[in-house]
Ligand binder design. Structure first.
Ligand code: TXE
Length: 411
């Protein structure tokens, strides 16, 4: 890919995300644009059958207009592509506001779009701080839709601000996703999924599997295996290809993650591994941390940490596991680990989460809708559903008989 390396370098240096990860995400960006380029001429209206034989009724998707795209720092280019690709395919124009911490890839991507022949003015980038520049976009009467990814608190204020003009909004927000491991799980597969779910991106992903719910019969052995593997994670520079976990994005996030760990300890959680700053490294590093003895009411079981911190809880029955998993204001994702085909479908049906992964975690496709229940968001990104978010539906009625009607009759 011609510009992949440059974009990945910019992304890694801006955000602290692993260069390897950033490279993989750039390939996703290409896939997303490819998918929506293919969908652009297939997303059409329909002819509607009515009981009125002298009428032709059809619908047309109409581009919603100007879309404000506001994205965070954890996966800047990919999360932007999730919005820009369907918005362009729908025929919209775009104003992007990247995070003030990670503005470079949105700008560099703009150069590529210009080179690709996108009409001038179709893609615009405004950099700056959220409360000033972001707010100016969400409250602007000329903006027809806002597509936002970020924290739940900011998402709610973005939604309120957009509502002053009835600007359409989609919100992808925080999560407290549960990984549920039943006694009949393939343990090796589950361990891989749990490690991936919480430690990729240094835990700074909205779908981080930050709560581990484990059947009591497996608890001690699973925790000790996870601890052994967490201790072996190679922490270091994000641009070193041997590194498995880099730093968190900035001091604010570093302080927040350490503070959440301290609160968990004060509330009675046991630190099985990690819990602090790894020795001998300069930068905003946090150790991979596993906490046991977590109770559902604790902050670490309820609030997003957005760091490499896994909160472990035990359950006895399937019903208890489902109740624990749903005991959160969020509802972005969940992982279910069991080899019982009846159970996995039964549990998936009971979970209040926008995505349920069964015997896998963090699988994505541009074709598969993504979004959250509850305080995890509003609307869906990806798939054909995302096109709906960038279009208004226009219904057209055509009189076919060529006759006039009694103006005082509604039939
Ligand atoms: O996010 P914000 P921040 C969570 C994570 C993190 C916390 C804070 O827990 O610790 O959020 O991170 C713009 N009007 N997530 O401060 O505030 C802002 O400039 C319009 C989870 O970075 O949500 C940035 O471009 N825009 C999340 C974007 O909103 C505003 C990913 C996101 O910023 C604005 C990132 C305003 N009033 C952080 N205020 C996830 N779930 O993926 C800010 N912005």
């Amino acid at each position: 890919m011609r510009d992949g390396e440059r974009l990945a370098q910019l992304e890694a240096r801006d955000s602290g995300r692993l260069l390897n990860d950033a490279k993989a995400q750039i390939t996703f960006v290409a896939e997303w644009f490819n998918y929506y380029a293919g969908l652009a001429d297939k997303y059409t209206g329909e002819t509607i059958s009515t009981d009125q034989k002298d009428m032709l009724v059809y619908t047309e998707p109409v581009p919603v207009g100007v879309v404000g795209v506001i994205v965070p720092w954890n996966a800047p280019l990919l999360l932007m592509a999730w919005k820009v690709a369907p918005a362009l395919a729908a025929g919209c124009t775009i104003v992007v506001k990247p995070s003030d911490y990670t503005p470079t890839t949105a700008l560099a991507f703009g150069e590529l779009l210009s080179e690709s022949g996108l009409p001038k003015g179709a893609y615009n980038v405004v950099t700056g701080f959220g409360p000033a520049v972001g707010q100016a976009i969400t409250a602007h009467p000329g903006v027809n839709k806002v597509a936002f990814t970020g924290s739940t608190a900011t998402g709610i204020s973005v939604g309120k601000s957009a509502m002053t003009n009835l600007t359409r909004v989609t919100l992808e927000l925080g999560g407290k996703s549960a990984q549920i491991v039943f006694e009949d799980a393939d343990i090796e597969a589950a361990i891989n999924g749990i490690m991936n779910g919480i430690f990729i991106g240094t835990g700074q992903t909205c779908i981080a599997g930050s709560r581990l719910l484990v059947h009591e019969s497996l608890h001690d052995s699973l925790v000790s295996e996870l601890v052994a593997r967490a201790r072996k994670i190679r922490i270091g520079s994000p641009v070193d290809s041997m590194t498995q976990m880099g730093p968190v994005v900035n001091k604010i996030q570093h302080d927040k993650v350490l503070d959440r760990i301290e609160t968990a300890k004060l509330e009675g959680a046991t630190v099985e591994c990690g819990g602090g700053v790894p020795p001998g490294l300069e930068g905003w590093f946090v150790e991979p941390t596993i906490l046991t003895g977590v109770r559902p009411e604790m902050e670490v079981a309820q609030e997003e940490v957005f760091g490499p911190v896994l909160a472990v809880m035990k359950f006895r029955t399937e019903d208890e596991a489902i109740a624990l998993a749903n005991n959160t204001k969020y509802g972005l994702a969940a992982g279910v680990w069991s080899q019982n085909v009846h159970r996995v479908h039964r549990v998936a049906r009971s979970l209040r989460a926008g995505t349920v992964w069964i015997n896998t975690y963090r699988a994505y496709s541009p074709a598969a809708p993504f979004g959250g229940f509850g305080l995890s968001g509003l609307g869906r990104e990806n798939g054909i559903e995302a096109m709906r978010a960038y279009c208004e539906t226009k219904t057209v009625w055509v009189e076919l008989a060529g006759s006039t009607r009694d103006p005082f009759s509604i039939r």
